[in-house]
Design a protein around this ligand. Structure first.
Ligand code: PGA
Length: 237
């Protein structure tokens, strides 16, 4: 089974989220997708639409679609204006939480230490952290995370230069990174993220446990195209 995680980043509002799910539902139904166990799909929308997304996933009857959050606060609930604590997310039916994305590290100055605190918050609140790593953080990040948490991680190899650039990584580079990540964190699932689309996804499915998708998840149609490749009968594993 492959994990396909959509990361909408700071895109979509109430109306466009509703439209996205409606069009997603009709395409999935038309193409007969998400019936078997080839793909597990996770949608990670911005915080303000998590609740409507949860409602839509239920109302549209998707059993193989999960909800994820793009992040959480490194602190618990309390006096942290503007932060979204794990406790604030309870009841939304979330399964996954992105942590350590390079955009968080770059634009919000998140360090390995802060990322590790977020991993801890996620795990303590029954969320699976999807720990994003590039070449430079595979080793450094591990130093800050309690080893007892390693087996609870899903990881994603995300070379910074491949994100949002249209320059997806070579499969051989990804394969090497998968090997390195497993050497450090044990036999954890490793996803690949960075300009994944329906034309290039197949090579990553050969070497990874799934993909983390930004740009190609913003339209329901291009996201469904990815699921279609994952579920193609000739490549199921
Ligand atoms: P992209 O984003 O697919 O737009 O490159 C991937 C990511 O940031 O996880």
């Amino acid at each position: 089974m492959k994990l396909i995680i959509a990361n909408w980043k700071s895109n979509h509002n109430l109306n466009s989220t509703q439209n996205w799910f409606e069009s997603f539902a009709s395409l999935v139904q038309q193409k007969g997708l998400l019936q078997d166990s080839a793909a597990e799909v996770v949608i990670s929308p911005p915080y303000p639409v998590l609740s409507i997304a949860r409602h839509l996933i239920k109302a549209l009857g998707f059993s193989r679609v999960q909800l994820g959050t793009q992040g959480l606060s490194q602190f618990g609930s309390g006096a942290y204006t503007g932060a979204v604590a794990a406790e604030n997310l309870e009841g939304l039916g979330l399964e996954y939480c992105l942590v350590g994305h390079s955009e968080r590290r770059r634009f919000f100055a998140e360090t390995d230490e802060v990322v590790a605190q977020k991993v801890e918050q996620a795990i303590q609140h029954n969320l699976t952290p999807v720990l994003c790593l590039d070449k430079s953080t595979i080793g450094s990040q591990a130093d800050y995370i309690d080893e007892s948490y390693y087996s609870k991680l899903v990881t994603a190899f995300e070379p910074t230069e491949a994100i949002g650039s249209g320059h997806n990584a070579e499969a051989s580079e990804v394969e090497t990174a998968v090997h390195q990540i497993k050497q450090v964190y044990g036999d954890v699932p490793v996803l690949y993220g960075g300009s994944v689309n329906a034309e290039n996804i197949e090579q990553y499915l050969e070497v990874c446990s799934g993909v983390l998708v930004g740009g190609a998840s913003l339209k329901a149609s291009s996201f469904v195209d990815l699921i279609e490749v994952v579920e193609r009968p000739d490549r199921q594993n």
